[in-house]
Ligand binder design. Structure first.
Ligand code: MTE
Length: 326
């Protein structure tokens, strides 16, 4: 914890860690209700969501109703950690660089073109994306392939809502997500660290799975630039790199897409990249993880769960050798 000193020498917690009065008071009332047994788990989640929003980032508000069926009960990662410890190589490879550099990203106007093996190709602007389906808040765990994880309240709707509208043809076996790659806005795009644009992909059934979130917000606000504004994908049962940020194109294709990470190191990053504690990365174990925001010498590593705990997705991989299709 960062400590600051008051003028009289008493140590104060870092200002963002002081619980705002309104939050503290609503929490007190909440604990009373909890003791009386008059509160449901949905209300518990609503409370957790409000708590996190109180830490907000000052971006425009994006209100949405919490979907408890798709939300994790884990303690949420503080907004500050979720927006200062990022992977967004278009803005630098150091975890702190996206927060420092992503202010140059122009998120308005923005369009997403949906094309390829579809009967109704379309280009949607942000307004159209926001209105396409009711926005929901979902608290997802995100596990990075590097061995750390976060718990973030995202705002969006299932990608399947868009898939329904464009009507894929029977040739559409995979979906490709293509991020913006504009050197004038993204200083990292000049580097050779990855193939640009950043490309990710899913099999069509994975893209249609209700957990796959077309994401427009976080913590009750629009997305922070460093987290992939104005629109990204989140697939919580896969390693974080499958969740492409700042996407401009969604393409329905016949063949398995050649994704940026699997092109750069095919033996390390497979196409599927489902969170799997039994399949180690060639250079490190995937059996446990460090929860960002819980660092410190007393904090223990957590066990990583198969599919990051999202066991609903298991039937999609029935009969597949997940060591081969890592
Ligand atoms: N998308 C793009 N376009 N560029 C990237 O470098 N990094 C990925 C993924 N999406 C990345 C990206 C990786 S490695 C991770 S772990 C997650 O974004 C991190 O998302 P977060 O910063 O919102 O936690």
């Amino acid at each position: 914890m960062l400590i600051q000193r008051s003028p009289n020498g008493i140590e104060l917690p870092y200002s963002s860690e002081i619980t705002p009065r309104a939050v503290f008071e609503s929490r007190r009332g909440f604990i009373k209700q909890l003791a009386l047994g008059s509160i449901s788990s949905a209300a518990l989640l609503e409370m957790a969501a409000r708590d996190a929003h109180a830490q907000g980032g000052g971006n425009p508000k994006l209100p949405a109703k919490l979907n408890p069926a798709y939300s994790a009960m884990d303690k949420q990662t503080p907004y500050k950690d979720a927006t200062t410890y990022n992977n967004f190589y278009e803005f630098g490879t150091d975890k702190s660089e996206p927060a420092q550099n992503a202010h140059t990203l122009r998120t308005h106007p923005w369009t997403v073109t949906i094309e390829g093996e579809v009967k109704k190709p379309m280009t949607l602007d942000l307004d159209a994306l926001l209105k396409l389906a009711p926005l929901e808040e979902r608290i997802y765990r995100l596990r990075c392939v590097e061995g750390w994880s976060m718990v973030i309240p995202w705002t969006g709707y299932s990608l399947s809502e868009i898939i329904k509208k464009v009507e894929p043809t029977s040739n559409a076996k995979y979906v490709e997500f293509i991020s913006l790659a504009d050197k004038s806005q993204m200083p990292g795009v000049g580097s050779r660290v990855l193939n640009w644009p950043y490309v990710e992909g899913l099999r069509i059934d994975e893209a249609n799975h209700p957990l796959t979130l077309l994401t427009l917000g976080m913590y009750g606000e629009t997305l922070a630039n460093q987290n992939g504004a104005p629109v990204r994908i989140v697939t919580p049962w896969k390693y974080g790199f499958k969740s492409a940020k700042s996407i401009v194109k969604i393409r329905f294709v016949k063949e398995q897409p050649r994704t940026s990470w699997s092109l750069s190191a095919p033996n390390e990053y497979g196409f599927y990249s489902n969170v799997n504690p039994d399949v180690d990365h060639p250079r490190w174990s995937q059996g446990s993880e460090r929860r960002i925001g819980e660092d410190g010498f007393l904090s223990r590593k957590r066990k990583t769960l198969m599919f990051n705990g999202y066991s609903d997705v298991a039937p999609m991989y029935a009969g597949m050798d997940l060591k081969k299709y890592y």
